[in-house]
Write a protein that binds this ligand. Sequence first.
Ligand code: NAD
Length: 291
Amino acid sequence: MAATILDGKQLAEQIRRQTAQRVQRLAATARAPMLAAVLAGDDGGAVLYAESQAKKCAELGIAYRLERLPGDASQADLLSLIDRLNRDDAVDGVILQQPLPKTCDAAAAQSAVRPDKDVEGASPMSLGLLAYGRPALLPCTALAAWELIKASGIKVEGANAVVIGRSQIVGRPIGLILMQNHATVTTCHTRTRDLPGVARTGEILVVAAGRPRLVTADYIRPGAVVIDVGTNRVTETGADGKAAKKTVGDVDFEAARQIAGSITPVPGGVGPVTVALLLRNVVEAAERHIG
Ligand code: NAD
């Protein structure tokens, strides 16, 4: 039987509705949550992304403040702005739009964001808090994978979970989240021996390798929940013989869906949930600040 499709767009809509209700409650009793975005220079993609973020915040009633820096801003300029936002009681969340100026150390800047305002969950402190099982704002993509696993209905406690990828922003945190929820977790990477064999032990398989269609049918345990985090732009020749760009995941979706119990599509799986969860993190941060 073909797998159930875990629809990320639908889940994202549900998360947005719940988040909007939380925003209304905060606005009625105290104030609206506020997200501050730091944008250095005028990179076209980053500006467009900031505009789309402002629109998404407005739709939910979240206040949005764009803080611009020149493209040649120094590390001291950036750290001074982050420090100001850290101290500003009106600001609940801070995000650093990529790319940061080449003159800046992105990791050091991310580390400077106060953990309770790190709504991307991207700083070493946030990952450390997660590792210690302490309340923290979780990295949005790992959290999106987790929300989709929950949506599948699988009993996570005691389940074998395999994560392919060990990056600080996706692979490691999703492994920690699964471990905290009592799964038995195996993390795989480029040096893992017999990757298909190890992957096949997973009742839950999360793939975050950044390799188009790495995971084929022989990686999948029958009935497994497969979460494809990969987002790869590839050029492929269509049925009409013309080459076209498209986005594909790390999983060969058509082959995998014949074996898996449930599976996320790409696009339309982890991506939209990640975007919705950034805003939920802002509200989460605001509730802690105001509460
Ligand atoms: P990364 O390059 O930082 O890490 C990739 C990890 O996968 C590494 O730990 C590496 O060891 C492992 N890996 C790579 N090739 C492998 C192979 N052949 N076999 C086994 N392990 C292998 O990437 P990342 O930032 O973790 O992102 C992973 C994927 O997730 C990318 O496609 C990225 O675009 C996507 N992503 C999606 C979202 C989203 O919102 N949907 C957000 C972040 C990242």
